[in-house]
Design a binder for this molecule. Structure first.
Ligand code: ADP
Ligand code: ASP
Ligand code: MG
Length: 463
């Protein structure tokens, strides 16, 4: 069995959905289980819808729901499914669900995250149903399998965590008989349900994570992530158009890259796969012939192909908080008191650097910045600067290679570096710069590490 996940651009319209069916056809012998995202950009529209609903902006709410219906109706018609009773019922169901959730949200005191998840879940609900119906209509035995009956999660709406034991039981009970009956299950990515029966989502970009969760639950041979790029590249192609494709990388390398902003994979995707040793392939649904990137256990990678720098990632929109206090000098428990505050406000920290009397911390979620600042101010002087970015170089053998920091920072002699982190992971070197320097820095590093001497056994042109 294999899991094949298709992202938003891969199911963007009827043409893209036909392409998906063609790709799935090439894998029939491997017994595919298909996971889909919402059609491209739709989840963003649903986020906007939630905000408009909260503000009781009824005209905008109506407009967004109408646009959603029209877009899906066009896809349904273009796929020749206009007469499908199932899809008519699904569309009506979505309209009713959205209208009711939007009304409730308008009446709520706050942006209730459980209602937002109900709204967000409708995107994948529709794309999975349409894809399944289409694959059925062309004789491929596609059948919708409802992720809400399979993926059991906690109740952290908007960033739910899976409960593996319960979910695995459900996955085996629901999906294995379907596959045994030669059906192709089509499941919503990104969506689950908590113990109380309410809909949850895994966080933005979470369909990749769903795919590897289903893969681990079913012990599949591989997980394929089909996107609009031909694999994991040496840098974000929107900043570096001539970025190269990485042929093979380790789970750890991919996880670091994803954590530090490479959007092509959700950061949690590698976890379930690495536990079961299931390889992940990142592939291009528009150009399937281009091959892709294989992500495997580091023990499966020939050390000679470990190469020093494999890719450069970045994360924008960061805030650096500097906590300064002479009481910190030689005092134990000081760090704990700082991090307890971040923990209390559920604000993840990306990078940390300390000196004798100060600690610098980067965060990207500033929802509770004021509260955090006030609590820190009780025992320290606090400085806050915005518009920073982390740049992260990743490579399995980065730390074992002498002289790397000198090489990297030598290249950036004229750039102001705010924070450096080299110690925490064997395989990355990260540092913080002004956001305005980002493009220049990434291009310069990329030019140095990949332009001339990229090893053809590890990297290939991205076309
Ligand atoms: P999908 O909708 O298929 O999940 P995403 O938009 O989430 O696709 O992720 C694919 C995008 O990730 C690419 O179009 C590319 O712009 C971006 N990206 C950022 N960094 C990288 C990288 N290192 N390699 C490949 N793509 C990257
Ligand atoms: N549709 C969701 C999002 O846009 C999940 C995904 O595409 O992975 O975040
Ligand atoms: Mg994605």
């Amino acid at each position: 069995m294999i899991v094949m996940k298709f992202g938003g651009t891969s199911v963007n319209d009827a043409v893209a959905m036909r392409r998906v069916a063609d790709i799935v056809k090439t894998r029939l012998e491997q017994q595919p289980v298909v996971v889909v995202s919402a059609v491209g950009g739709l989840t963003n529209n649903l986020v906007t819808l939630s905000k408009e609903a909260k503000n009781s902006n009824d005209a905008r709410v109506k407009e967004i729901i109408t646009a959603l219906v029209n877009r899906h109706q066009t896809i349904i018609n273009d796929l020749g499914l206009a007469e499908s009773r199932t899809l008519k019922a699904r569309l009506s169901e979505v309209v009713a669900v959205l209208e009711s959730a939007c009304t409730d949200l308008g009446r709520a005191d706050s942006m209730q995250k459980d209602l937002v998840d109900v709204i967000l879940s409708t995107g994948e609900f529709l794309s999975a149903n349409i894809m399944a119906e289409y694959m059925d209509s062309i004789g491929m035995n596609g059948a919708w399998a409802d992720a809400r009956d399979i993926l059991v999660t906690d109740s952290a709406y908007g960033s739910a965590r899976p409960m593996m034991k319960e979910s695995t039981e459900q996955a085996k009970m629901i999906l294995l008989p379907m596959v045994a009956a030669n059906k192709i299950p089509v499941i919503q990515g990104f969506i689950g349900r908590d113990g109380a029966g309410k809909i949850t989502t895994l966080g933005r970009g979470g369909s990749d994570y769903s795919a590897s969760l289903f893969g681990a639950m079913l012990d599949v041979d591989s997980v394929e992530i089909w996107s609009d790029v031909s694999g994991v590249l040496t840098a974000d192609p929107s900043l570096v158009p001539d970025a190269k494709r990485i042929l093979l990388m380790s789970f750890q390398e991919a996880a670091e890259l994803a954590y530090f902003g490479a959007k092509v994979l959700h950061p949690a995707t590698m976890l379930p796969a690495v536990e079961k040793g299931i390889p992940i392939f990142v592939l291009n649904s528009i150009h399937p012939e281009q091959g892709g990137t294989q992500i495997a256990l580091s023990s499966d990678i020939d050390p000679d192909k470990g190469c020093v720098v494999k890719s450069i990632a970045y994360k924008e929109g960061l805030t650096v908080i500097t906590v300064h206090s002479t009481r910190m000098l030689m005092a134990h428990g000081f760090m704990l008191s700082i991090f307890q505050i971040f923990e209390k406000y559920k604000t993840p920290v990306d990078l940390v650097a300390t000196s004798e009397v100060s600690v610098s911390i980067t965060i990207d979620n500033t929802e509770h910045l004021e509260e955090i600042k006030n609590e820190l101010c009780a025992f320290a002087t606090v400085g806050i600067v915005h518009n920073k970015a982390i740049v992260c170089l990743v490579g399995q053998y980065l730390k074992r290679t002498t002289g790397m920091p000198a090489k990297i920072f030598g290249l950036l002699g004229d750039v102001r570096i705010h924070l450096i982190s080299q110690g925490a992971s064997e395989i990355n070197i990260s540092f913080v710069i002004d956001e305005s320097e980002l493009e220049r820095v990434i291009k310069r590093l990329h030019e140095h590490f990949f332009a001339q001497s990229a090893n053809p056994e590890i990297f290939t042109e991205n076309n």
